[in-house]
Write a protein that binds this ligand. Structure first.
Ligand SMILES: Cc1cc2nc3c(=O)[nH]c(=O)nc-3n(C[C@H](O)[C@H](O)[C@H](O)COP(=O)(O)OP(=O)(O)OC[C@H]3O[C@@H](n4cnc5c(N)ncnc54)[C@H](O)[C@@H]3O)c2cc1C
Length: 401
């Protein structure tokens, strides 16, 4: 039977895969390698799947395309709402641009706005529905990689062995620490705030807000907002400043954050300040953080992907979509490769230029500096058509160019 039929493991010398982390990258990777015919178990530190970090995100058309290749679109289009256009305002409220967003004509590939925790839960549930074992409450503490296999040790004293261990354990990755202990996330120059309100001032023509995200280039903050079909306004603000301390984040109240944001937003005459003023519930506050480019991803039988390998500042809104692309391209590399080493090298060669370009561009937006044209030559990065071929499940990843 061909690799396409899901028997790639016989050739590649990998039968059993451990995925550490059951977030967006981990759940998607588990589904992808299972679809390619590998035996996989996910180990997730959280005791249940109900983690909700409160923030929302947008899945871009490239992320939706990766999901479609995993036959997982329906699990995600049941959540949140589509975004088909974007407009950009300046600080006076003047419209600078209005444009369709991504592949807006295709219902499966449209941008989607949804809560991050909902996406996590849905992907975990979909993986479990496919018979993939997800062990909750399994916090990885160390990895031992040898010629014959890799062993994961967990905080509860348990162990698991496999041919390949994939670290999808996010920004603070323990797996990354075993590959490159010196590689630490760095602050990307902006504080980031998220909130929701059902009492924001109603737009003069509500239908104009349908499926549209508005970005405001304010004088003291970048602001974005979209209104769900049932009238809830989702918003974010990014503010250039020193990072907030863990203590400030832990003890900030909605009042603290409104007091911090409103004077910045009131400098402009856009809807932003009124939306934040109308937000009385929880604010989610983080520091924009990125993994330095050049961070090693691989050691022996261990590989990191998703945020563990290439977290970027949220400015380009691509982190989750990149994680979904990783899942499909890794599974196809393993499926179609002659051996594991070749598969992991090919995966890295395909992914690194693209995800590091995103780290650079997103970090530059957050730091307010232009991206020089010389950054990551275009020739080294797959274009959109090439990426679509890489993601296409039936296309051989080695032949896809
Ligand atoms: C506030 C915010 C807003 C964002 N907005 C966007 C956006 O608009 N668009 C977009 O595409 N992306 C966005 N992103 C980025 C996106 O959320 C991430 O890129 C994406 O969640 C990465 O998924 P991941 O699975 O790699 O990491 P995570 O989602 O962090 O998942 C890691 C998982 O590993 C588990 N874990 C950690 N350590 C261990 C351990 N030792 N043992 C076992 N399990 C462990 C964690 O519990 C978690 O479940 C945003 C991120 C943030 C923080």
């Amino acid at each position: 039977m061909s690799a396409r039929g899901g028997h790639g493991q016989a050739g590649v010398g990998v039968a059993r895969i451990l995925v550490i982390g059951g977030g967006i990258a981990g759940s998607a990777t588990a589904m992808a390698v299972r679809k390619a015919g590998f035996d996989v178990v996910v180990h997730e530190a959280h005791p249940d799947s109900a983690e909700d970090l409160g923030a929302f995100l947008t899945l871009a058309s490239n992320g939706m395309r990766a999901l479609a290749q995993l036959d997982a679109s329906a699990a995600v289009t049941a959540l949140g709402f589509p975004l088909t256009s974007m407009r950009v305002l300046d600080g006076t409220g003047e419209q600078l641009a209005q444009a369709p967003l991504g592949e807006s004509a295709d219902p499966l590939l449209r941008y989607r706005c949804l809560r991050r925790g909902d996406l996590n839960s849905a992907l975990q549930a979909e993986a479990a529905r496919r018979g993939i074992e997800i062990r909750h409450g399994a916090r990885l503490v160390s990895v031992e990689s040898g010629p014959a296999g890799v062993t994961a040790r967990f905080a509860d004293g348990g162990t698991a062995t496999a041919d390949l261990l994939i670290g999808a354990d996010g920004l603070g990755s323990t797996v990354r620490g075993t590959i490159a202990s010196e590689a630490q996330p760095v602050y990307a120059g902006q504080r980031v705030f998220y909130g929701y309100t059902r009492t924001a001032p109603v737009p003069s023509s509500p239908s104009e807000e349908d499926a549209r995200i508005t970005m405001v280039r304010g004088s003291a903050a970048a602001f974005g907002h979209a209104v769900s079909p049932d009238g809830e306004t989702y918003w974010f603000a990014r503010v250039s400043a020193d990072p907030l301390s863990a203590d400030e984040i832990a003890h900030g109240t909605p009042g603290t954050w409104r007091d911090l944001l409103l004077p910045l937003l009131r400098k402009d005459t856009t809807p932003a300040a009124d939306i934040v003023e109308a937000t009385t519930g929880t604010f989610l506050v983080t520091n924009a953080t990125e993994i330095p480019v050049g961070t090693p991803w691989r050691s022996g039988r261990t590989l990191i992907l998703g945020d563990a390998a290439h977290a970027a500042s949220p400015a380009t809104g691509q982190g989750a979509s990149m994680a979904l692309e990783d899942a499909v391209i890794l599974a196809k590399s393993l499926r179609d490769a002659p051996d594991m080493d070749a598969a992991l090298s090919h995966y890295e060669a395909l992914r690194r230029p693209r995800v590091e370009y995103n780290i650079t561009v997103s970090g530059n937006i957050s730091r307010g500096v232009p991206t020089p044209p010389s950054t990551a030559p275009a020739a080294a990065r797959p274009g959109e058509a090439e990426l679509a071929r890489h993601l296409e499940w039936e296309a051989d990843i080695w032949a896809a160019g």
